[in-house]
Design a protein around this ligand. Structure first.
Ligand SMILES: *Cc1c(COP(=O)(O)O)cnc(C)c1O
Length: 379
């Protein structure tokens, strides 16, 4: 039987032809396709200005700079995310201040956010984990009452909605990722949704060497910017993907509904929070009951691989990575993030998956857990 990956992009023939057309056009760098992709993204988020770039990592760094965050400032962010979320804070000379996440939604705990705000806090950097939106009313309420900027890490959340409003269509600065694992891809890529055309112009400077052209024929550099502009090759992929996004996310929701249905009674793993129709299900990542198993997570992954199913890990707790330990963060500070970091397994979920693939995964996981369950010993 074919090996089932845990994720795989869906690229159709029409998209391949769009890329071929760019290659034939002679213009491969940022050009007409990038402008077209940005316009399409902007329309998708209700007309707010959008600028594309080479990754969400670059986007988050630029968004923090545009928000005026710099050396000595603090940024509040969850202890559970992809490492880039916190790395960008360090890269601009600011300090990430971690808070714990909810065990089931994996989203940051807003009570802890409020408690973590101090005189140096400049911005909040929430993550809509696996595409489940953070409580935006409360998050922005906190930001407003403390005069803080918000940079949303929406790498998982294109197509997600909060109370019927798309993520990115409201709020402050919102960053999407188009890495091949995400809900739509450009190969590699990302975008920032901004508030104003002035802010979008600042993003353009940051993503292209700090260059400005005040008038025709004039050229200047205001600061040493990054080189993070998207290519027309990538934008062509994005133009093929964006019209498919709603369908992709609908299929993700159907597949997840099947996982929940198959594990309706006494699931052998701890399932993530169900959310509502605004959940875009970037991934489906239950927690393994490691305490009651005789195997490690790595052994679980190997036993699933032996059954033809690949399983991922998203993510280890950020504060326990060496670079953050070196800054003083320790075990025991964020018990939920640490437990998720130890027990989480990402099961296959991508739009081209069949219903029977879900059944295969469920049966394999059930079997591996059943054959490795610790036998209770009477004392
Ligand atoms: C993928 C991801 C990023 C980074 O996206 P890139 O486009 O790969 O740079 C940031 N945050 C989260 C939560 C992610 O999953």
């Amino acid at each position: 039987m074919d090996k089932l990956p845990f994720t795989r992009p869906s690229i159709d023939e029409e998209t391949i032809q769009r890329v071929v057309a760019v290659l034939r056009s002679g213009w491969l760098a940022s050009g007409p396709r990038v402008l077209e992709f940005e316009a399409a993204l902007s329309a998708y988020v209700g007309g707010r200005p959008v600028r594309a770039m080479t990754s969400a990592t670059a986007g988050l760094e630029i968004a923090l700079r545009v928000a005026g965050v710099g050396p000595g400032d603090e940024v509040i962010t969850p202890a559970l995310s992809w490492c880039a979320t916190a790395n960008v804070v360090l890269r601009i000379g600011a300090r990430p201040v971690f808070v714990d996440v909810d065990l089931d939604t994996r989203n940051l705990l807003l009570d802890q956010v409020e408690a973590a705000i101090g005189p140096r806090t400049r911005a909040l950097l929430p993550v809509h984990f696996s595409g489940l939106p953070v409580d935006q009313d409360r998050l922005y309420g906190i930001a407003r009452s403390h005069g803080l900027r918000v940079v949303e890490d929406a790498a998982h959340a294109i197509g997600s909605a909060w109370r019927g409003k798309k993520i990115g269509s409201f709020g402050d600065l919102v960053c999407f990722s188009f890495h091949p694992n995400k809900n739509i891809t450009t190969g590699e890529g990302g975008a920032i949704v901004t508030n104003t055309v002035e802010e979008a112009a600042l993003v353009e400077q940051h993503r292209f060497n700090g260059v400005v052209k005040p008038a025709p024929g004039e050229f200047d550099v205001l600061f040493p910017g990054m080189k993070a502009n998207l290519s027309d090759i990538s934008a062509a992929i994005g133009l093929g993907q964006l019209p498919k996004l709603e369908g992709f996310n609908q299929r993700r929701r159907e597949l997840v509904a099947r996982y929940f249905e198959r594990w309706k009674v006494a699931p052998p793993l701890r399932l993530p929070a169900h959310g509502d129709a605004g959940h875009s299900w970037h991934m489906f990542a239950p927690l393994l009951p490691l305490e009651s198993l005789t195997i490690t997570r790595q052994e679980f992954i190997e036993r699933m691989a032996a059954r033809g199913i690949s399983v991922g890990v998203h993510y280890p707790a950020i504060h326990l990575l060496s670079v953050y330990r070196d800054l003083g963060w320790r075990e025991g500070q964020f018990p939920n993030a640490e437990r998720i970091g130890r027990e989480t397994v990402t099961l296959p979920l991508f739009p081209a998956m069949q219903d029977v693939d879900v059944d295969r995964v469920v049966e394999a996981a059930n079997a591996v857990i059943a054959e490795t369950r610790r036998v209770a010993v009477a004392s």
